[in-house]
Structures are given as C-alpha cells and as structure tokens.
Ligand binder design. Structure first.
Ligand code: ZN
Length: 231
C-alpha cells in the first residue's frame, strides 16, 4: 500500500491536533516561567493578620523529649527528638542569614509560650514526610516539624534544604506545583521533568541537575521580600 503525500500530511495534521488537544491543558495549567506569585501562598494574608504589623518573629527550638499533638488532618501524637547543639547552631545561622534579606527579624526565645513558631525535631520512620508545618491546636503558633529519620542526609538532601523548605512554609511560601491558589510553576506533578526543581526554588521537591543548593534561591528571596519587604 502506498500513501499519497497529501494523505500523509492530513494524517500528520490529525496527529498533531489530537496531541495538542490532549496535552495543552496539562502544559497550560501552570506557567512555564519562574515567577514569585507561583510560590507565594494564599495563607500569607492569615500570617500577616496574625502579626498585625509586627516585624519581630520569635522562635523556640524544642530541646526536651516531650509529646506534641500535631494537627495533620486531625490530631497526631509525636514524640520530640531533641536536636544536637550543632543542629540548633545551623538552624540559627540559617535564620540569621534569612533575616539579612527580609523585613522580619528573628529572635530565639526560651519558652514555648513566647514563640510564634516552634522548631520541632522528630524521628518518624513510618512516614514519607520529611517535614511539615502545622498550626498548634489552639491556633496560636506554627509548629515546624523536621523529621530526622526519613531522608538519608546525602549530599542531595543536606539538612539546610529541609530546614529552609519548612521555614519557607512558615513565612508564607508554597510549593511551585501547588495550584490550590490558582497558580503553579512548571507542572502540578512535583516529580515530572517539567516541574520546577530545587535549583529554581527550595520550595520544589525535585533535585536539580548538578549540585544541590544549601540556601534559598534568588526567586525565594524575591518572593519573601515581596511578602515581608526588604531588610
Ligand atoms: Zn513543603
């Protein structure tokens, strides 16, 4: 059987049209350019209302082994796994570095009660969660939980990345693939080729080609400055 050139082009045209009809919504669902709006969450308004113009933010490192009730679609009890002093030092150094860029100032406090956010270490092996930010049951503070027992801290997953990713959530950043507020970057699938990677924003999941970053990207800083102003 021979196919005429005309029929061949008709066929090609048909295939291309079908391809675009099926694939266009997938591609068009997210913007393909890096932009701050794509990582600014819709809970920023709530954070700002809570702070009510206050520029000082107080944090507490959980250093005792006690039970916490986290609100993850209902109450979940976890036991804290106190940080080593060098982990606290690293966290503080990262907070001080972020402080230099944005219009908020971070201060460590000695009691949980004084804190706006608690930094909590846990060791949970039976979960895929590396970390999560939740609101305390009484709604008065954020709890930034870091799971030290899930991710192997390989060079691809340095502790800085996890700490800053969760801090980003505390400060109002969302995942680039999160479309719940109407926008997203790259793709809604965090692991797909088209999705943003952590070289674009630490709020992504996917590893970048080459070296992993250990501090917020330029886009992250711009987004945080858009929310909180510059230092
Ligand atoms: Zn996250």
């Amino acid at each position: 059987m021979t196919i005429s050139l005309k029929n061949y082009f008709y066929f090609l045209f048909f295939v291309l049209i079908t391809f675009f009809i099926f694939c266009y919504p997938l591609f068009s669902a997210c913007t393909q350019s890096l932009n701050t709006q794509g990582i600014i969450s819709d809970w920023v308004a709530k954070d700002k209302a809570y702070l009510n113009g206050r520029k000082k933010l107080y944090y507490y490192f959980e250093q005792e082994s006690i039970d916490y009730i986290l609100n993850i679609d209902g109450p979940i009890k976890v036991r804290s796994d106190p940080f080593y002093s060098q982990e606290v030092a690293l966290g503080k150094a990262l907070l001080n570095e972020v402080d230099k860029y944005i219009g908020l100032d971070f201060f460590q406090v000695k009691t949980r009660k004084e804190a706006d956010f608690i930094i909590l270490g846990v060791c949970e092996r039976e979960t895929v969660l590396d970390g999560i930010v939740t609101t305390s049951l009484d709604g008065t503070k954020a709890i930034m939980t870091l799971n030290g027992c899930n991710t192997p801290f390989s060079s691809k997953h340095p502790p800085e990345t996890l700490f800053l990713h969760e801090l980003g959530h505390v400060l109002g950043l969302e995942h680039p693939f999160d479309k719940s507020d109407g926008d997203c970057i790259g793709s809604v699938d965090p692991w797909s080729e088209g999705s943003a990677h952590t070289g674009h924003t630490l709020m992504a999941y996917r590893d970048p080609p080459g070296k992993v970053r250990t501090f917020f990207t330029e886009l992250d800083i711009l987004a945080l400055q858009e929310i909180w102003g510059r230092n």
